[in-house]
Ligand binder design. Structure first.
Ligand SMILES: [Zn+2]
Length: 373
């Protein structure tokens, strides 16, 4: 993993950067892929944007991966293009050769290109594609199902990004990566396929913990048959949910992308080998909670005040707009940035000078005291 980490620092796909990644960003990169990659336009979105698959590898274990089914969750897409680059440099990462000879990967880099362009979770019709697994009312959901049926995978990797609100209440650490072996039924039974998903995640956890000690968590495993992962799991195909989270100060998610890249490779390493791993380790991974905000003004005379950034697409970049955090969304016990405001009344000032205004760097809070944000 150290070799991979170092390789990634210098050699990742630098043409993809930041949060706003959409179909136009990847088109040229797809066209440039050498012939070992088979790039196919498999369908179109509601607004007729192309949806591609990239197939690579010659092995018998088939893995279906899809990213950006939520259009504004782009970190995993960047990690996929880093993976494509790594596969072209197997001389520097020889064990990737083993993955390519034992697996065939079918990858959908952006499943929701309209949402990616508009920087929204949902597709153009306002549908959350990850709640459309049963109805399959949208062209994007139909296409995923069609590819799934045709490819008939042994494993599915469902690639997502999570908000900055997740962390661990007992340790105060943020949740930088999280995973889930989705349930296959309401009893959350450990079916054979679920057990296999747990083993893959246990292996990722083993491999990544040295780098992200205390920052890896699990998602809630309540069963929802409308979710894609739950549906595929219920079909008996081991499915793994990956969630790219927030690394402190990394709002571009350039550091998280590195760990997602490593997590995908660890998962591929596990599925391409027969190394036994005990799923019991999975059950020791803590579940994360909604306990973080972006900026926490602590101990003010108005109490603790949490600020949460709302992401807004403006002129081709993502602006981070401060809003008051809502207790319904996060308990904001912790903040990615903490500012002690003991004895200061600040709520009104924040309302006037900070809320709704992106790019505020300095705030004069009290008698000439200026804080840098
Ligand atoms: Zn998502």
């Amino acid at each position: 993993m150290d070799t991979l980490l170092n390789w990634h620092k210098n050699n990742h796909e630098k043409r993809l950067f930041g949060r706003y990644i959409h179909g136009d960003s990847i088109l040229e990169l797809l066209e440039e892929l050498p012939s070992q990659f088979v790039v196919t336009q498999r369908g179109v979105s509601v607004e007729k944007r192309p949806i591609h698959t990239v197939t690579i590898g010659t092995g018998k274990t088939k893995i279906l991966l899809w990213s950006q089914m939520h259009g504004n969750e782009s970190t995993t897409t960047k990690a996929l293009f880093d993976l494509f680059k790594a596969f072209q440099e197997v001389d520097k990462n020889p064990f990737l050769d083993i993955i390519l000879s034992s697996c065939t990967l079918c990858i959908i880099p952006i499943l929701n290109p309209d949402g990616a362009k508009a920087y929204t979770r949902v597709n153009t019709n306002g549908i959350d594609l990850n709640r459309d697994a049963q109805d399959r009312s949208q062209p994007e959901s139909k296409l995923l199902w069609e590819i799934y049926k045709e490819f008939n995978p042994h494993f599915c990797f469902n690639l997502h990004g999570q908000r900055t609100i997740y962390g661990f209440e007992d340790t105060g650490k943020p949740s930088i990566l999280s995973f889930l072996a989705p349930s296959a039924d309401e009893n959350r039974s450990i079916t054979l396929s679920r057990k296999r998903s747990m083993q893959v995640i246990a292996h990722i956890y083993n491999e990544l913990t040295p780098y992200l000690l205390g920052n890896i968590g699990l998602y809630d495993d309540g069963f929802n048959r409308n979710c894609t992962g739950d549906t595929f799991q219920a079909e008996g195909v081991p499915t793994i949910l990956f969630e790219a989270g927030h690394y402190p100060n990394d709002y571009d998610r350039e550091i998280t992308r590195r760990y997602v890249f490593m997590a995908i490779i660890a998962a591929l390493e596990n599925v391409s080998s027969t190394l036994p791993i005990d799923e019991a380790l999975y059950l020791t991974i803590p579940e994360h909670q909604k306990c973080y905000c972006d900026i926490l003004f602590k101990n003010t005379l108005d109490g603790d005040i949490g600020i949460q950034f709302k992401e807004k697409l403006t002129r081709n970049t993502i602006e981070f707009i401060p809003e008051f955090a809502s207790k319904e969304e996060t308990s904001f016990l912790f903040g990615h940035r903490i500012i002690d405001c003991s004895g200061i009344k600040i709520k009104k000032l924040l309302e006037e000078k900070l809320i709704g205004k992106p790019n505020i760097r300095h705030l004069n809070i009290d008698k000439g005291v200026t804080i840098t944000l």
